[in-house]
Structures are given as C-alpha cells and as structure tokens.
Design a protein around this ligand. Structure first.
Ligand SMILES: NC(=O)C1=CN([C@@H]2O[C@H](COP(=O)(O)OP(=O)(O)OC[C@H]3O[C@@H](n4cnc5c(N)ncnc54)[C@H](OP(=O)(O)O)[C@@H]3O)[C@@H](O)[C@H]2O)C=CC1
Ligand SMILES: N[C@@H](CC=O)C(=O)O
Ligand code: NA
Length: 427
C-alpha cells in the first residue's frame, strides 16, 4: 500500500487530537484513504515542551523549513491558529505543491480568496471543514451536497465557548468568568478567548459559510458583530420569564442584499436552536430546492475537531492517490450588495432603568409609536419612589434604524435613567 506523509503544524488541542486519531484509527483510515497515512514531522514552538499526546521525539521540530523542505511530505496540516505565520506557512505549502488542511477560521475568513486561488493555481487542495462548527460536517455539505440549491438563509450557533457560557449561566446561574475559565480548560476557547466572547470567532465562521452559500465574497468587515459580554444574569432571567432563551446567533440572509450579523439573540424556548446547549453547535441552511436542513453536533474540542481535520486529510490523500484535484473551487462567482444594518428588521428586547413615576411609561411608548415601533410585551418590576426600577419591553418587528432613532430620544427623557440592554429577537 502507498504511503502518504503528513506534516503537522501545531500540536495543541486540535493538533494532538489529529495525531491521536491518525494513530488510533490507522488501519481503518488506511483502508478508506487507499494509502497508509503517516505523520512525518510535527512543528512545535519548543521541542522540549510537554504535549497532550505522545509524539515520537524525532518527529518534533521547531523549524518550519524542515517541514517545507521534507520532500516526502505530501499534505501539510495547519493547526497553529491566527494569521501570522499561519498564512505564510499555508501559502508556501500550496506553492510548493502540497495540499493543505486547516482549522483556521480567521485565516480563511480574512484570506480565503487568496488561499483558494493559490491552491487552484498550483493544482492542489485546500480543505477547511474544521474551521466552522468543529466536528460538524458543514463546509463540505454546503459546498457539495447542497450545490444544486440557491441558498437564501444560514442561521445558527457557531461558537462552542459562548454557547457553553450562556448555557451554564442560564441553567446554573454560573458566573461568566468562571465558566469561561472552564471552557478554556476544556480546550473550547481560542488562544485569546476575546475572539470567542466578543463574537469575532462566530463572525469569521459566518463570513465563510455566507461566502459559500450566497456565492459572493463576504469579507469580515461586512459582518455586524456583537459579543456576549454585555449579557447580564437579569437579561437571561427576564428572557426566561418572557418564554425565550438567549443564544449567540450568526445570521446570514439574502433578500434585497446580503445581511450578515452576529449578536446575542432571544429565541422562543420552543425553537430548535433553544435546546442546543453546552459546546454543541447547530446551523440551519435554507435552500430553494431542499427547503430547510439543520446540521448539529459538537462545535469545538480536541477529538470532534480532530475528526473534521482527519476527514479532510483522508479526502486530500484520496485525491493524491487518484492524481486528481478535489472539490468545487472557490464559489464566489458574484459580487453582491450588502444590506446596511439600519435597514435590517427584527423585534427587540429592551431593558431600561426608569423612575417609577406616573407618565414615564406613557412617554416611552409614545416615542416608540412615533417611530412605528409597537410593543408585544411589557414587564415592570418593583416599586420605589426614589430609585430607578427595571422596565423590560419586547417590540414587534421594526427597522433597526427606526428603533435606534427612537432610543436616542428616549435616552434623553426625564425619568429614564439608562437603557441597560438592547437584544434582538428572532422568531
Ligand atoms: N480548539 C477547538 O475546539 C477548535 C479550534 N479550531 C482552530 O484550530 C486551530 C488550533 O486551535 P487549538 O488547537 O485550539 O489551539 P492551541 O493553542 O491549543 O494549539 C496551537 C498550538 O500551536 C502552537 N504554535 C503557535 N504558533 C506556532 C508556531 N509559529 N510554530 C509552532 N507552533 C506554534 C501553540 O504553541 P503555544 O501554545 O506555545 O503558543 C499551540 O501548541 C485554530 O485555528 C483554532 O481556531 C477550530 C475548531 C475548533
Ligand atoms: N473557539 C471556538 C473553537 C471552535 O471553532 C469555539 O468555541 O467554537
Ligand atoms: Na465542521
């Protein structure tokens, strides 16, 4: 049986998972690939560092040149993360005629166009299944199995760390910082977890999915991004009282322009995404032929993510075996317009702190009405003559620009102490 050799860049959470799977399932993998897959070298920062997996000492190197100059290596797997030096390593690997597999969503979201065309020019493969949804097969189904569809909506939970945090805050009343620490220990979070909690990781993933689904490049700058750092425990409990759960959603729609946004969202507790908990991710895709399809599974972690990477390595190996270049290339055939965020339409949850005086609620609802904003629910808690009390409102669907204009005036009202939070609602 032919042997195909792999160079692994990075041996952290995902790298160690990939190494483990290639060792533990080597016979089955060889049968499926039609070739024995062997790791020939592993790039680490320091060859004396302790790794999460036992790697033969003489495979370790701290010098990328040893990998790129190893003529036996056919496939290079990038699992160091971030843009530099990952981008340079990936481009050099492709330009040297190696197929590349990566889990790096930031790199693909920011430089996907250049990377995919470099692979194409060199007649090699670039696969990045693990970059979205961890272990869930989503890139390949969207690009290949759903290729016959015109996709008009992609919506889901695509960040495991924030879903884990929101789940534990909601179910156990846990503190944000403690749960984030736990997510880091479990290997879910990015090296810098700000990327998770500020929504950037989900935005990279949405940019990748939308570029494929809408057949037009969605640059990361086009994605509206809000993270979960402003979500307070009281928002979670008011949402519950109103029959909702709060999830960080990534939403892409095509309807008179592409709309791409990542933000915390109230969804009805009966919605299928409301029961996607912990590190699990789920993505709905709506296509004209298939209707709606949902992808669900573990969105992060060593072995699930390793599973997606190894699947890509096997596909790349089969293509090498057959002397073929794999899948459909870059699908950004068009150059579509984007919808400004102010033009998007959703319902909103508003939490205000107001003085408990007659007339305040009337003034607020009056101003909302002037901007065409009507209300679905109102909760007012507590009675205090001198202190501000919470007022929670849920609006009907409204153009975001109208609500923002109304809130500018509401903020200035005597009796309104603060607009404490504003969260979009999807039905
Ligand atoms: N963790 C997960 O669940 C998932 C991760 N991903 C993606 O997979 C990639 C890897 O993530 P993950 O394994 O979690 O990250 P880790 O931080 O656990 O692993 C990255 C490893 O690469 C090493 N490294 C960084 N730069 C270099 C370099 N220049 N030369 C050699 N080694 C280097 C790091 O060393 P050191 O620690 O010393 O800096 C670390 O050991 C990222 O792109 C991430 O976004 C995708 C899906 C899920
Ligand atoms: N940090 C990411 C890892 C997988 O992509 C997440 O939490 O989802
Ligand atoms: Na995936």
């Amino acid at each position: 049986m032919e042997e195909i050799k792999v160079g692994l860049l990075g041996c952290g959470t995902v790298g160690s998972g990939v190494y483990k799977i290639l060792q533990e399932n080597k016979n089955s993998i060889a049968n499926k690939s039609g070739a024995k897959l062997t790791v020939n070298k592993v790039l680490v920062k320091d060859t004396s560092q302790k790794l999460a997996v036992d790697v033969e000492k003489d495979l370790l190197t701290d010098d990328f040149e040893e990998i790129i100059n190893d003529s036996e290596i056919d496939i290079i797997v990038e699992l160091i993360g971030g843009v530099h030096p990952a981008k340079e390593f990936v481009l050099r690997a492709l330009n040297s005629g190696r197929s590349v597999v990566t889990a790096n969503k930031e790199l693909i979201a920011k430089y996907g166009s250049e990377i995919l065309s470099t692979a194409d020019e060199n007649g090699v493969d670039i696969y990045f299944e693990a970059s979205v949804g961890g272990g869930i097969p989503i890139i390949s189904p969207l690009k290949e199995d759903l290729a016959g569809n015109s996709v008009n909506k992609i919506m889901g939970i695509v960040n495991g760390t924030t879903n884990y945090i929101l789940t534990k805050m909601g179910q156990e009343g846990a503190e944000f910082d403690e749960v984030l620490e736990k997510a880091q220990e479990l290997g879910y979070a990015e090296a810098d977890p700000t990327s998770d909690i500020a929504g950037h990781d989900a935005a990279y993933k949405l940019a990748i999915l939308s570029s494929i689904g809408f057949e037009s490049r969605v640059n990361i700058d086009e994605v509206y991004i809000e993270g979960i750092t402003e979500i307070a425990k009281e928002d979670i409990s008011y949402a519950k009282e109103l029959g909702y759960k709060i999830k960080l959603l990534a939403i892409g729609k095509e309807d008179e322009g592409i709309e791409v946004r990542v933000h915390p969202t109230l969804i009805p507790k009966e919605h299928p995404l409301a029961s996607v908990n912990d590190v699990f991710n789920a993505v709905f895709v709506e296509g004209d032929a298939i209707g709606e399809v949902m992808f669900y599974g573990p969105g992060a972690g060593q072995m699930p993510t390793g599973s997606a990477v190894v699947g890509d390595i096997i596909t790349a190996a089969r293509n090498i075996d057959f002397g073929a270049q794999g899948r459909i290339p870059c699908t950004c055939f068009e150059d579509k317009e984007f919808k400004p965020q102010a033009q998007t339409e959703t319902s909103f949850y508003l939490r205000l702190n107001v003085c408990d005086r007659p007339g305040v609620l009337g003034k607020i609802t009056g101003l909302l009405g002037e901007y065409g904003v009507s209300l679905e629910s109102v909760i007012q808690k507590g009675r205090s003559a001198n202190q501000a009390v919470p007022l929670v409102l849920v609006t009907h669907k409204v153009k975001e620009g109208n609500l923002v204009s109304a809130l500018d005036e509401i903020k200035a009202l005597d009796g309104v102490k603060e607009i404490a939070n504003l969260i979009r609602v999807e039905e």
